[in-house]
Write a protein that binds this ligand. Structure first.
Ligand code: PLP
Ligand code: 3DJ
Length: 426
């Protein structure tokens, strides 16, 4: 009979070795050194790059240079030197590096929430006389709330797809929900909870067959999973830049309006920066041509500075290489979960098939809320999503396989101790 202690120790050694082998073979490993990690910091495993990406050392330097040279040096002249174009130029770089979108369709501005509101309202211009917005019950709260608000404001109904929180929304579910009264479909490409990766091309086709546009929320895709907005013939998209795009806390959102919809739709927040010839300051709102009319007020220039460095890195690394590592990282975390956790009542709430999974993995057990506090105290930092899920967010450019191993080993220790405590209490 196999001695369980020796056998589990061997598994432990094998898995530690595998982590080291995977790191040694990782073509992106050099990028980890580009990130800023505080000297004497307490984090032994950062597993939340899908909530807030780490900062780059180049960002710290660039911010300092920007303040000293461009802000202090150029002062108001900075706007005409180039800042006024940043929403579009940075948008075009995100589009090319991460979204599969040609130039002239993406801007950076606002928060995701505000951009979602503006583009959802604009999208409704395409389907006058239709009354239903299709969305799913497990979309991120802000998406659900913004659409509730729009429905109330415009006298529309919400048609909810009942999503299984452990899986995502399928093309079949969308096909069953859309029809001649569908005004708009709003879905996340990667589900924030389970990490399920929706079939963007198929769902967009299905909505179009019913005559409805789709607005994709790309928060958990951008910079992790290649998106092909132009190839899908997507209509609208929004996403944030503080996760896999390493823009920093509160970094602005991006918004995409397909070129073919730009003249036919108008977002509702008519500020001067979205007007034609903003500095003419004339009477009456006339939208700027193209995607610029998605802007409202002064662009968040300072908050875009970090994106210049992270886009340099993503452009060099390439989104396909990022995705290849992302798949291996999630596979490895699942391998660890199956080796150490599932026998202790931990449930994997993410798809097992790599092509149905984005960049994070969610593991559930009833005591995971308390256990997350303990993990954070020990320097292992995933996040917790109610009611019982720990999300292991794996940012390919900053995360090593050994980091995943170390973090999940601490989780396994706590899970075993927790399982023992609850068994003792029975
Ligand atoms: C899918 C999704 N949509 C929207 C948001 C957030 O919107 P905001 O950047 O406005 O907070 C998040 C995360 O915060 C998200 O995961
Ligand atoms: N946007 C966040 C924030 O302002 C504070 C804390 C977390 C976040 C997040 O990004 C949450 C994240 N979008 C999620 O998927 O849960």
């Amino acid at each position: 009979m196999t001695d369980p202690v020796t056998s589990s120790a061997r598994t432990q050694d094998d898995l530690a070795r595998r982590a080291q082998e995977l790191d040694a073979a990782d073509p992106l490993r050099a990028y980890r050194d580009h990130f800023l990690t505080p000297e004497g910091g307490d984090v032994i495993a950062y597993l939340d790059g899908n909530s807030l990406g780490r900062p780059l050392a180049a960002t710290a330097e660039r911010m300092e240079r920007f303040v000293a040279e461009e802000w202090a040096g150029r002062l108001i002249r900075g706007w005409t030197d180039g800042w006024l174009d940043w929403p579009q130029s940075v948008g075009d770089r995100i589009a090319a590096a991460a979204l599969g979108a040609a130039a002239g369709q993406t801007v950076v501005a606002d928060s995701t929430t505000v951009m979602l509101y503006k583009l959802a309202r604009a999208a409704l211009d395409l389907t006058p006389g239709r009354h239903e917005i299709v969305l799913d019950t497990d979309n991120f709260p802000t998406d659900r709330y913004v659409l509730e608000g729009i429905a109330a404001e415009r006298g529309l109904r919400l048609r909810w797809i009942e999503a299984d929180p452990a899986a995502g929304v399928t093309d079949e579910q969308v096909a069953a929900a859309v029809g001649p009264d569908t005004a708009l479909v709003v879905l996340s490409h990667v589900a924030y909870r389970s990490g399920h990766l929706a079939d963007g091309a198929a769902i967009t086709r299905t909505a179009h067959a019913a005559g409805a546009p789709v607005l994709w929320d790309l928060c958990h895709s951008a910079g992790s999973v290649p998106v092909r907005l132009d190839a899908w013939e997507a209509d609208f998209a929004v996403g944030c830049t503080y996760k896999y795009l390493n823009g920093g806390p509160g970094a602005p959102a991006f918004g995409y309006i397909a070129r073919r919809h730009q003249d036919a739709t108008q977002q509702p927040v008519w500020g001067w920066m979205g007007r034609k010839d903003a500095f003419e300051m004339e009477q009456g709102y006339v939208p700027a041509p193209g995607v610029r009319s998605a802007l409202s007020g002064t662009p968040p220039i300072l908050a875009m500075v970090p994106l210049l460095s992270s886009l340099d890195m993503l452009e060099e690394a390439g989104i396909e290489a990022v995705r290849a590592k992302s798949v291996q990282l999630t596979e490895f975390s699942l391998e660890l979960a199956h080796a150490w956790l599932t026998e202790h009542g931990v449930r994997v709430a993410s798809p097992l098939a790599a092509d149905e999974r984005g960049g994070h993995v969610t593991l559930c057990r009833a005591d995971f809320r308390e256990l997350t506090q303990e993990l954070w105290k020990r320097g292992v930092v995933p996040d917790f999503r109610a009611p019982d899920g720990i999300r292991i967010g794996l940012a390919p450019l900053s995360t090593s396989y050994d980091e995943v191993y170390r973090g999940m080993a601490v989780l396994a220790d706590l899970v075993r101790a927790g399982a023992k405590t609850s068994a003792d209490a029975r």
